[in-house]
Design a protein around this ligand. Sequence first.
Ligand SMILES: [Zn+2]
Length: 78
Amino acid sequence: MTKMICPNCKGNGFTRNSFEAENHELQCKTCHSQGEVSGDEFFPQTYEDKNWLGKASLTYYHGPCLDHTLFRKLRIIL
Ligand SMILES: [Zn+2]
């Protein structure tokens, strides 16, 4: 089975949320704190792309997890 680095936590297993100047570490729900997601499963994802005007726009993609080092602001939506 193929494993991909979880794009939401970058493989850390948790995400940092800034809330009222305090930093909270939250368990990553996307990968259940594993830091990896299945490369064989399909996920709804968004990433930032540039349109023909050179403006950043959010692109929606549904399929196997993309490589977060190649796609800007890649997120799995759950
Ligand atoms: Zn994760």
